[in-house]
Design a protein around this ligand. Sequence first.
Ligand SMILES: *Cc1c(COP(=O)(O)O)cnc(C)c1O
Length: 412
Amino acid sequence: MSDHDHEAARLAHARLPEGLRPETLAVRTALAPSQHGENSEGLFLTSAFVQPDAETSARRFAEMEDFTYARTSNPTVRSLEARLAAMEGAEAAVATSTGMSAILLLVMGLLKSGDHVVCSRSVFGSTVSLFAKEFAKFGVETSFVSQTDLAEWRAAIQPNTKLLFAETPTNPLTDVCDIAALADIAHGAGALLTVDNTFCSPALQRPLALGADLVMHAGTKYLDGQGRVMAGALCGPRSLIHDVFGPTLRTAGMTLAPFNAWVVLKGLETLSLRMRAQSEATLAVAQWLERHPAVSRVYYPGLKSHPQHELAMRQQSGLGGAVLSFDVHADGPEAAKTKAFHVIDSTRVLSIATNLGDTKSIITHPATTSHGRLSEAQRLAVGIGQGMIRLAVGLEHVADITDDLQRGLGSL
Ligand SMILES: *Cc1c(COP(=O)(O)O)cnc(C)c1O
């Protein structure tokens, strides 16, 4: 058997008919069950795998096929990788310990000193730091450009540009970039496009189908979906995942723990239902906020008032996702901060935290938390004022969420 057949034979997926839809793949794709026939995928908590004989052991270590040692691979982790790859429409996936370690793996595997990256200025804060500070120490330089201005991306390309990195929609302003257009720019320059698909997940957005080369995930967010564990992943062609990132991960060890893999594996089974329900609830909250006299602006791709509404609807299965932001009416930054804090502190249902992708709705003040390390001038340059509040909508009843916001908004 070829490596590919060997891999396929281990997948329960191989016994399934062709052409299954993403919802079915999300529930059914995994390694074949053990001899016990468990219907829910097993959790294999073991660091080593016993080999039948020395000859087989030697072959498995040489080929890195089958299971030898858990830094290299583990059946629970392998099931998660297979399921996520199927959902993203990717040939393969590799799971990592966190979302950030997926980006670490991406750059360690793909780039070397002297290479250049073009990255949106509006990506996740730690992603900016990782590219701007950590990778720069190793001679990988990054140019940061506008999320939405394609001319800036084109102008930033250099002869040594190897990677374009985008995230859409962004946090907290929900700016949307055109994945297909960025893929064209990348390929015209002989570079690869990686998209951080954390905010939409494959339930809404499949960047590979739009021309991206790799998808990166913080599995910590919607893939788990219930705020329990940290996880990350890269999805893409077998030639990169198995031949480039696999060996780097096995050596460098940003491996996902089996327990966390199992939690996310089970989270994927309800991803599509959650993303749809949470997106519909977020649209209802966004429309309610847009009508509220104490609110000056709402940022949400599902609203017609969003500058990239049409693009977002095309790219995200007609849904806006489950994160919105809004500005409270105020004169000057001090008053805005006081009012935003009043709205946040008046809630009794929402969680005051800085996560997202949970079933529990989370309310955040970006200017003093996720974007607190920026200067006031830098924040204003990107449009994050003291009066801005971010909401990551969960699965509570919509009316309980708007009632909770009204406690503060109604008494400003
Ligand atoms: C949370 C997040 C990350 C980082 O993921 P961790 O699991 O926290 O390391 C990266 N990108 C986006 C868009 C995120 O929301």
